[in-house]
Design a protein around this ligand. Structure first.
Ligand code: ATP
Ligand code: MG
Length: 601
């Protein structure tokens, strides 16, 4: 019980994915704010130093006071230097922590995302993960500190009011104008940030798709098409971000302009106030310096607002990703099934691929008993692979239910399901790493003997045993460096290695030559005994492995019966067809489907 609880907690962190870790960082941010505040107070020191020197030291040539004041102001500046450096360091630490917690969580979420929730291209999803870097930079950049400086603008203006009286109105108006300008353009910058992000994702998608299919792109001379897509993506993104950056820079420049104008204004009005005797010359100079100081953060804040739009767009995109439905619903009580007997049942199962219109499976029902060996036949697109996918649980049926050992697979803990179901999918996918690693993928405690045994059955040993590097031979990305048949053999070894009670093989010999296939069938016959076997195939030679045949047509079961009977009727159908006119050979499933439909009517 406690084990399951901790497992659930691990998967379902209760706090928000971003704000939770940010809250945990509050101590670090608190220190930053404190450091920034002290830096701001120290900023007052210089201007009071100059004012005192002008008004008191200069008229009396009080050198002793000057020395004392200088020592004081130097100490203040050393402090200032230290605190500023620390401030940057604190923010960096916060960023590091965010990386560790949020970054890991975003990736976990991506892994746990249901395939049917993963809409859109792989490249676009990868681009989305890049958005995290953007967000992280925002929360760990020194510019974030500018926010802390914002309230101190008013402290400085207060100080100006103290020494220069009505002079304070000038910087106050300047600050308000700069802030208003910065806020006014926000909606515009926001829209651009969003567009630029989306364009960036599209660009990324082209890149990933091209790289993933580089061999095909080159062999069919699709390079010019891909280059054109890439060029268009780059141009669009460049145009959009140029506009965004221009507007943002304009806001930054306007803040600088407001600062300059305010200082000029203070000087001009100050001259009259000094003439009237309302303030001293020292006060005027201090006011000018304080005005510069007060308005310095404005340019930074204007820049920050621009970056905030980008960060906000990233946050929204990531938040959508983090809110997608996960495979493991933390609120659900999963059943632990360490060992499954291997009974498979489809109950009125219908399935439509996300975004597709037609049903890939249409109210399918059948039962496969533990240890039963069944072939699924049917023409291309009849739904055979879809059945395999539903049993592995990567997709959920839209209607009806898929049961393993009389339990809906949605209730079985995904990890347990995967440990008991070995699958060779139609599209074999290997990963970079050694051959052994590829066979033992996802199996932490597997022994070398088990890997070797599986490799021998699958025929991996035939080509690996002879080579020098053996099982340590490293594969490049997606198993490049091996032939199609060799890749398929490794995928089969991977499915066999954990000795699963259910074995799903989707055309496991499609890339094998006739001899290799014959050897494999002989070995599989022994290895699959006692396990539930669901075999999808177009090859008659593989039917030796099974006792029963299910034929699909357009997502429906059209024949379900003993193998021998069906093979007999298949031969009869062939003979009948051969008599009138020679027709082109049809796959066995299609031939059978036609036969059955006639028989039913
Ligand atoms: P084949 O013998 O060619 O492997 P199959 O019987 O395995 O065919 P499935 O892959 O199960 O066929 O596909 C069944 C139907 O679902 C097909 O009409 C196909 O177009 C559709 N389909 C398959 N995969 C997807 C997908 N990822 N998204 C949308 N539609 C899909
Ligand atoms: Mg298929």
């Amino acid at each position: 019980m406690s084990r399951r609880k901790s497992f659930l907690r691990e998967l379902a962190p209760t706090s928000h994915w971003l704000f939770g870790p940010l809250r945990d960082n509050i101590g670090v941010y608190g220190q930053t704010v404190l450091a920034a505040s002290i830096v701001n107070f120290l900023g007052l020191v210089s201007s009071f130093f100059i004012m005192t020197v002008y008004d008191r030291v200069l008229p009396n040539q009080a050198v002793e006071s000057l020395i004392a004041l200088t020592i004081g102001v130097l100490i203040a500046h050393v402090f200032d230097l230290a605190l500023k450096s620390l401030r940057g360091y604190f923010v960096d630490i916060a960023g590091q922590r965010l990386d560790a917690t949020v970054g890991a969580r975003v990736f976990d979420n991506l892994m746990a995302m249901r395939l049917d929730a993963r809409r859109g291209a792989t490249g676009a999803t990868a681009g989305l993960i890049k958005e995290f870097d953007n967000l992280r930079d925002f929360f760990s950049s020194a510019t974030l500190v500018a926010v802390v400086d914002l309230p101190f603008i008013f402290l400085f203006i207060g100080a100006i009011a103290l020494v220069g009286g009505p002079l304070a109105l000038v910087p106050l108006m300047g600050v308000l104008a700069a802030l208003a300008a910065g806020l006014l353009i926000q909606p515009f910058i926001m829209r651009h940030a969003r567009d630029a992000m989306n364009e960036g994702h599209l660009k990324h998608a082209v890149l990933i798709e091209t790289l993933a299919g580089l061999e095909t792109v080159k062999s069919v001379a699709a390079a010019s098409l891909m280059r054109e897509r890439w060029r268009r993506g780059v141009l669009r993104q460049a145009r959009i971000s140029t506009i965004g950056r221009f507007v943002n820079q304009a806001a930054v420049n306007f803040a600088g302009f407001a600062q300059q104008i305010s200082q000029v204004g203070v000087v001009v009005i100050g001259v009259f106030l000094v003439g009237d005797g309302q303030i001293t010359t020292g006060a005027l100079i201090a006011s000018v310096i304080l005005t510069g100081r007060a308005m310095a953060p404005l340019a930074q804040v204007a820049g920050l607002l621009g970056r905030m739009s980008g960060a906000l767009a990233s946050y929204r995109a990531l938040d959508r990703l983090m809110a997608t439905r996960l495979e493991t619903d933390p609120r659900r009580e999963y059943l632990r099934r360490d060992r499954l007997a291997g009974r498979i049942e489809f109950r009125e199962v219908s399935f439509v691929y996300p975004g597709a219109k037609a049903r890939a499976l249409d109210e399918i029902s059948f039962v496969i008993e533990p240890g039963e060996r069944v072939a699924v036949l049917g023409r291309n697109g009849s739904g055979k692979s879809t059945i395999v996918r539903l049993i592995t649980g990567v997709y959920e049926p839209n209607e009806g239910s898929v049961l393993v050992d009389d339990t809906d697979i949605r209730q079985i803990r995904p990890a347990d399901l995967r440990a008991n179901v070995g699958a060779v999918l139609q599209d074999v996918c290997l990963f970079s790493g050694s051959i052994r690693e590829n066979i033992a993928l996802g199996l932490d405690n597997i022994s070398d003997e088990d890997v070797l045994a599986a490799a021998k059955i699958a025929g991996v040993h035939d080509f690996v045993g002879a080579s020098e590097a053996g099982y340590d031979q490293t594969l490049a990305e997606r198993g490049e460096g091996l032939s199609g048949g060799q890749r398929q053999a490794i995928a089969l070894a991977r499915a066999l290695a954990p000795k699963p009670s259910i074995l799903l093989l989707d055309e496991p010999t499609s890339a094998l030559d006739a001899q290799a296939e014959a050897h494999l069938v002989a070995r599989l016959e022994r290895a699959t005994r006692g396990r539930t076997l669901l075999l999808v195939t177009h090859r008659t030679s593989l039917l030796r492995l099974v006792d029963r045949v299910i034929v699909l047509d357009q997502g429906r079961v059209v024949i379900d019966g003993a193998r021998d009977e069906i093979v007999r009727s298949m031969a009869a159908a062939k003979a009948a067809r051969a008599a009138p006119a020679p027709t082109e050979p049809r796959p066995i499933g299609a031939a059978l489907a036609g036969e059955r439909i006639r028989a039913v009517k």
